[in-house]
Design a protein around this ligand. Structure first.
Ligand code: BGC
Length: 468
């Protein structure tokens, strides 16, 4: 790549075909198609530093040195064909709670070299992704070296591209044998999870930048606060509980439970114990590996009349914020704000909403980062933030406002070390299927063609110059 080349034009949207990707297009070829980075390399495995070609740095807009700029994915949402996972199983049941099955997803399992190259060429220095436990341990006690090697190759590819890796060991899905035994409610779950953490760290740990035990372990508790639309006013947790009954009947597995469905309190206790044991197992192999987890945090605000904010915070976040105090960092994941009454209230009348019905509210990043940093008092990384929309210009505005807020917090002394967008790719949005579009890169579900959206260039260029 030549010095002085312009960063990727923000107005350009280019498509990369599956054929091109599968032909084994090197990162350099992809870079040629989407424009090149003007980066000074600092050495193997180190993060790139912006060169002068990015324009003169305005100190008032600059982020701290070594700031992590990345995108995130999760195994089950992008890899495709996770046939040994609990979710694959229930996606395919008649009358499934999933709108559609995950299927091939984004075929990231095969296309990761090109996707990671694309991420780096866009200007990012960080990639957050997750391990699929069900691939690594498809049957209880059988660990697949071949699958561990797959993830090792992914980590090595990141290193080749000078990307720091944030590796999530568990992002919602589990092996189906684990769910058959009661999932996180099973008293043996923490030990089973710790054994997996130990094996994975032994195989992969030397290539990991930051490890996370769990993605959003507060979700089971959070579901109790979410009321579904409709006259009965049932909450999401109750509705999932109903589905669980049907699943158990259909599968003839009375113990079946997983991350989303079961007894929220038991699941939380299981996850808390599994976090401690899992973290211990990781540290026993690599004591210097930074370990934390990723907390789902809405920007909760008191409902004007009937405020239950303190109760929600105590119920959902407090136990985990306490745990975060013992971690090396805390990942916070936020998308919008929520007015909290007895339950979470719908967005205010007239507010702009996104495809999944959340309020368009980018200032959530600033508010949540300030709150989490004050409570946990450890370094914060924004490990997910973004919106689902078909109108990418709304995403551009969202990201710019979110980052302006993050910068205000940092200027006020908040120790925030990175911003990771959700998501790199339009992907499988769990029960909502493929309709919500969270990606900065679109994916054609048939051809697997990737199309870079303007927001990818906007964010990538901010990342490249480490400045707004
Ligand atoms: C999860 C992602 C999900 C995103 C958008 C987060 O709760 O970690 O897996 O796709 O939000 O809903």
């Amino acid at each position: 790549m030549k010095e002085g080349q312009q960063p990727f034009a923000e107005s350009a949207v280019k498509a990369i075909s599956r054929r091109t990707l599968l032909r084994g297009a090197s990162a350099a070829t992809v870079a040629g198609m989407i424009g090149s980075r003007s980066l000074a390399r600092t050495g193997d495995g180190e993060k790139p530093t912006p060169s002068s070609a990015s324009g003169s740095a305005d100190k008032t807009k600059a982020f701290p040195d070594k700031f992590l700029w990345g995108c995130a994915t999760a195994g089950h949402q992008v890899e495709g064909n996770n046939t040994s996972s609990d979710l694959w199983l229930i996606e395919h049941l008649p009358d499934s709670m999933f709108k559609e099955p995950s299927g091939d997803a984004c075929d990231h399992y095969h296309l990761y070299p090109q996707d990671i190259g694309m991420l780096a060429d866009l200007g990012f220095n960080t990639y957050r992704f997750s391990l699929e436990w069900s691939r690594i341990e498809p049957e209880e006690g059988f660990f697949s070296n071949a699958e561990l090697e797959h993830y090792r190759r992914m980590l090595a590819t990141c290193r080749e591209h000078h990307l720091t890796t944030l590796l999530t060991y568990s992002h919602f899905s589990t092996p189906r044998w684990f769910a058959f035994k009661g999932g996180w409610q099973n008293p043996a779950a923490p030990d089973l999870y710790a054994r997996f953490c130990e094996k994975a760290t032994r195989h992969l740990g030397d290539l990991v930048g930051y490890a996370s035990t769990f993605n959003e372990p507060d979700i089971p508790q959070l579901l109790n606060w979410i009321t579904l639309p409709g006259p009965q006013g049932t909450n999401l947790a109750e509705s999932l509980q109903g589905s669980l009954g049907k699943i158990r009947k259909q599968l003839n597995t009375p113990e079946f439970a997983n991350f989303f469905a079961g007894d929220a309190k038991k699941i939380r206790d299981g996850l808390l114990a599994a976090h401690h044991k899992g973290k211990g197992a990781m540290k026993s192999v690599r004591s210097d590996m930074p370990v934390g987890f990723n907390l789902a945090m809405s920007d909760d605000q008191p409902a004007p009349e009937d405020d239950h904010l303190a109760a929600k915070r105590a119920d959902v976040y407090a136990p985990w914020l306490e745990v975060a105090k013992q971690c090396d960092y805390l990942g916070v994941q936020t998308y919008s704000r929520t007015l909290v009454g007895k339950k979470d209230l719908p967005p205010p009348k007239g507010a702009e909403t996104t495809q999944v019905g959340w309020e368009f509210y980018p200032e959530c990043v600033e508010h949540v980062v300030r709150y989490a940093s004050k409570e946990a008092a450890v370094p914060i990384i924004v490990t997910e933030n973004g919106i689902s929309t078909d109108d990418d210009s709304r995403r551009v505005e969202y990201v710019q406002r979110a980052l302006a807020g993050l910068k205000r917090a940092i200027d006020d002394g908040v120790d925030a070390r990175g911003y990771v967008a959700w998501s790199l790719l339009d992907n499988f949005e769990w029960m909502s299927g493929y309709e919500p579009k969270f990606g900065i890169v679109a994916v054609d579900r048939v051809t697997q063609r990737r199309t870079i959206k303007p927001s990818a260039a906007v964010l990538g260029n901010i990342a490249r110059r480490n400045s707004l």
